[in-house]
Design a protein around this ligand. Structure first.
Ligand SMILES: Nc1ncnc2c1ncn2[C@@H]1O[C@H](COP(=O)(O)OP(=O)(O)OP(=O)(O)O)[C@@H](O)[C@H]1O
Ligand SMILES: Nc1ccn([C@H]2C[C@H](O)[C@@H](COP(=O)(O)O)O2)c(=O)n1
Length: 227
């Protein structure tokens, strides 16, 4: 019997703060598709390893931690967002800090950690479709995806966006400090030998510098549903 065709996937890769999460969520809502925030998985491993006082350069210990970590996504009680539960603890807010972003970037450079998270990511591919956000969605995890986007913005613009986001949460940050952290993370993610941050072949390149969120969403929707 012929096997059922796999659900379609839209991959949205790009550097930190380019708007992948925001755009993926809005596009997934519009299409009625599932969503995978793959960065949250790496953040969860970085968080679990840090909680266990594991040296993030100890690849074997971090890999054991990644294999043992129980990471769960669940809707919040009022259904307005998705909670990330790591080893039974709701770590949604803790994993969003720049410190946890840097820890995620460090553990993500370990090939065995990426392997440990691979099947979890593939399991999100379900009908009617999946919007997958990350760094290697179109290059490594879903290379056969029919729709691929690489979303960027200048580092200065991304730092301003992150500044606004963190200030609204009452955190004490500076734009120049955030820009340095963003550039360091970009450099690490793009230069690692395994699954580096780069556009997938055939991806639609979208530079969102100075572009409103709605316009980015419209461009991405037009890729999936051309009229
Ligand atoms: N086109 C845009 N114009 C202005 N602000 C934007 C735009 N896109 C996203 N933002 C804002 O920038 C911030 C970062 O966006 P978001 O978290 O979606 O980025 P990201 O690429 O998923 O980042 P990360 O990879 O670090 O999780 C959010 O506050 C979001 O509202
Ligand atoms: N597919 C992915 C997703 C994320 N990472 C790493 C690299 C990022 O710096 C870090 C945090 O991701 P974010 O939440 O900012 O999207 O996780 C990766 O290597 N591959």
């Amino acid at each position: 019997m012929p096997s059922k065709p796999l659900a379609p996937v839209l991959t949205i890769d790009g550097p930190s703060g380019s708007g992948k999460g925001t755009v993926s969520r809005l596009v997934a809502e519009r299409l009625g598709w599932h969503m995978l925030d793959s960065g949250a998985l790496y953040r969860a491993v970085g968080y679990a390893a840090s909680m266990a006082d594991i040296d993030l350069t100890d690849a074997d210990a971090v890999t054991r931690c990644a294999l043992a970590a129980k990471i769960r996504f669940r809707p919040s009680e009022d259904g307005s967002d998705t909670r990330v539960v790591v080893n039974g603890h709701d770590a949604t807010d803790e994993i969003r800090t720049e410190t946890c972003g840097a820890a995620a970037s460090a553990v993500a450079a370990i090939p065995a950690v990426r392997e440990a998270l691979r099947d979890k990511q593939l399991a999100f591919r379900k009908r009617p479709g999946l919007v997958a956000d990350g760094r290697d969605m179109g290059t490594v995890i879903f290379p056969d995806a029919p729709f691929k986007v690489f979303l960027t913005a200048s580092a200065a613009e991304r730092a301003k966006r992150r500044y606004k986001q963190l200030k609204e949460k009452g955190l004490s940050v500076t734009i120049s400090g955030l820009q340095r952290e963003i550039e360091a993370r970009d450099e690490r993610d793009a230069s690692r030998p395994v699954a580096p941050l780069k556009p997938a072949e055939g991806a639609l390149l979208v530079d969102s510098t100075g572009m409103p969120i709605d316009a980015v969403v419209a461009k991405v929707i037009a890729l999936v549903q051309p009229d």
